[in-house]
Design a protein around this ligand. Structure first.
Ligand code: 8YV
Length: 320
C-alpha cells in the first residue's frame, strides 16, 4: 500500500496545486485535461482513496454506487455541489467537501462584469470595433442604462450575494433581495427583504441570481417570472444555468422585454442553448466566475486542506 493517500484528480489543476498534490499525496493526474467519461472515471478510481473532481464531472447515485470501496472522499473544486448526489455519497460513507469562501470575491466581480457588460452593451460595442464597422462617435450610439439610483434585486443572499451587494452599493444601486432566510439587520446595510421572489421582481431594473442549482431552483426564472420584471430590466446569472428556463428567457429577450442579459453559466455547459449565441443583447462569458490565478490556487488548496484533514483522522472542515 502507498504511504501517501492515492487521489484521482479528474482535471488539470493550477501548477502550485499539483505541486502540493505531489508533495502530500499520491496523485493520479490528468495532464492532458481530457474529460473522462463515466466508465473511465470508475476505472481510474480502482486504487484511489479520494477523488478531486470539478463541476465538469457528474456524480449521480448510480456513479457513486460503482465507486470502489477504498474511496473515502470526493473533494470538489467548486463551491456548488449540485453535480454530486450527496445522499448517495453519505449512504456509502463517502465524505464530500467543497470550496466555500475562497471564490466569493472573484465570482462577485464577474457578476458585476456581467451586469455592466449587459447594461452598457459591451458585446455590441466590442463587435463594432472588431469587425471594423465603427464609423465614429454619435450622440445616440449604443445607449445603455445607468446603474446609479436603480434597484438591483439579488436572489440568494449568501456569501456571493452579499459580496455583490457590497460592490453594487458603490455603483449607487439600491439593493432589494429574496433569500431563504432574512439577513440579520446589521448585515442588510439598508437592503430591503422580500419573502417571495414574485414580490421582489417588479422592483428590479437589475436582477442577479446567486442561489445554488437544485430541483427547487430549477427554472425559477420562467415566463411567469420574466413577465413580473419591469420592461427594460437586465438579468444576470453567475450561479447555475439551470435557474433559467432558456426558452422563456430567449423569447423574452427577442421581444425586447428585458433590455439585456449578462450570463456566465448555462444549462448543459458547454452546449449552451444556441439561441444565446446570436442574441445581440446578451453579454456572454464561459463560466469564468472563479477564474483568477489567486482564486483557483485557493480553491485547489482548500480541496487539499480538506483531504489532508480527513486522512489525518480529523473532520474535513468543508464536509457537506
Ligand atoms: C467553478 C463554480 O469554477 O465553484 C463553483 O460552484 O461554479 C465555479 O466557480 C466551477 O464549478 C469549477 O468546478
Amino acid at each position: 500500500m502507498a504511504d501517501k493517500p492515492v487521489v484521482l484528480v479528474t482535471r488539470r489543476l493550477p501548477e502550485a496545486v499539483e505541486d502540493r498534490l505531489r508533495r502530500d499525496f499520491e496523485p493520479l493526474l490528468n495532464p492532458d485535461d481530457r474529460r473522462y467519461d463515466t466508465d473511465e472515471l470508475i476505472a481510474r478510481c480502482a486504487d484511489a482513496e479520494a477523488v478531486l473532481t470539478c463541476a465538469t464531472e457528474a456524480w449521480p447515485a448510480a456513479q457513486i454506487e460503482r465507486l470502489p470501496a477504498g474511496v473515502r472522499a470526493i473533494a470538489t473544486f467548486s463551491v456548488g455541489a449540485d453535480h454530486i448526489d450527496l445522499a448517495a455519497a453519505r449512504a456509502r460513507g463517502i465524505t464530500v467537501t467543497n470550496t466555500p469562501d475562497v471564490l466569493t470575491e472573484a465570482t462577485a466581480d464577474i457578476a458585476m462584469l456581467c451586469l455592466l457588460g449587459a447594461a452598457r452593451r459591451a458585446f455590441e460595442g466590442e463587435a463594432l470595433i472588431r469587425v471594423g464597422k465603427w464609423s465614429g462617435w454619435t450622440p445616440t450610439q449604443l445607449l445603455g442604462l445607468d446603474l446609479t439610483g436603480a434597484v438591483l434585486g439579488i436572489v440568494g443572499m449568501g456569501r456571493i450575494g452579499q459580496a455583490v451587494a457590497r460592490r453594487a452599493r458603490s455603483f449607487g444601486l439600491q439593493i432589494r433581495y429574496h433569500s431563504r432566510h432574512r439577513l440579520a439587520p446589521q448585515l442588510e446595510h439598508g437592503a430591503i427583504f422580500h419573502d417571495r421572489l414574485n414580490a421582489l421582481l417588479p422592483h428590479c431594473r437589475f436582477l442577479s441570481l446567486h442561489c445554488p442549482g437544485s430541483a427547487e431552483t430549477r427554472h425559477m426564472i420562467d415566463a411567469q417570472a420574466l413577465a413580473l420584471l419591469p420592461r427594460g430590466a437586465v438579468l444576470v446569472n453567475t450561479a447555475r444555468g439551470t435557474l433559467l428556463d432558456d426558452e422563456a428567457v430567449l423569447a423574452s429577450l427577442q421581444n425586447g422585454r428585458p433590455f439585456a442579459a449578462g450570463l456566465d453559466v448555462y444549462a448543459d455547459e458547454p452546449d449552451l442553448h444556441p439561441g444565446y449565441r446570436t442574441q445581440r443583447n446578451c453579454f456572454l462569458l464561459p463560466h469564468l466566475g472563479s477564474a483568477t490565478i489567486e482564486t483557483r490556487n485557493a480553491m485547489g488548496f482548500r480541496c487539499l486542506d480538506n483531504l489532508a484533514a480527513l486522512f489525518a483522522g480529523h473532520p474535513a472542515p468543508d464536509a457537506l
